[in-house]
Design a protein around this ligand. Sequence first.
Ligand code: PRT
Ligand code: MG
Length: 224
Amino acid sequence: MSAFNSQANSQLILALSKGRIFEDTLPLLEAAGIIVTENPETSRKLILATNDPDVRVIIVRASDVPTYVQHGAADFGVAGKDVLLEHGGEGLYQPIDLNIAACRMSVAVKAGFDYETAVRQGARLRVATKFVNTAREHFAAKGVHVDLIKLYGSMELAPLVGLSDAIVDVVSTGNTLRANHLVEVEEIMDISSRLIVNQAALKLKRERLQPIIEAFERASRKTQ
Ligand code: PRT
Ligand code: MG
């Protein structure tokens, strides 16, 4: 069996995205006695070593984390609820909300756009978003007809150039919306990141994974 085969029972691979999720996960890893010894911001490596020769971290796009874990290419990972709702959660065990990378999913429009009237009049609303599943469900539950426009980033631009009437995006400080003259007109849900575990790995590697899950749980409770 190759050293990289994640089914080797003592080897663990953790999938993280660079930036806020990586940074907010470091203290949780430390609580489990795991120190990442390389920095993804300065290294070009996509597989990072830790102080534990059996534990490695892979760096992937935030929206790819559930895919790596679902297929067992990573044993566990950390992903936002926004990303998990789009992925669907198939093949994933989600034992804990880590309460990190907190934000909210909201509807925003250009300042001056009369959202209430547009919704009430029942005209089709053009909504640009990366989160098409969440947006579809939100507007369907309200009985609002929407044309969804799938984007992969910079949603804030869409209403400014007439691509859409509204956007559905995650917001934390609201600075990006304000800088682009957009206003939040509806909050869809609170978002935070969860620990996700491959269902087969949970059974085959329980001895290694369980103490880490418990340490994450204790540490994330403390920071709440
Ligand atoms: O950047 P990339 O396209 O690779 O993917 P990503 O944006 O999904 O990844 P990343 O690392 O930026 O975010 C990872 C996770 O962090 C998301 O899935 C969310 O669950 C969570 N999170 C928390 C956020 C934010 N806060 C956040 N503010 N994700 C994105 N943002 C963006 C937002 O899209 C907007 O463009 O930051 C901008 C708004 O920030 P404010 O502070 O100006 O409101
Ligand atoms: Mg981003």
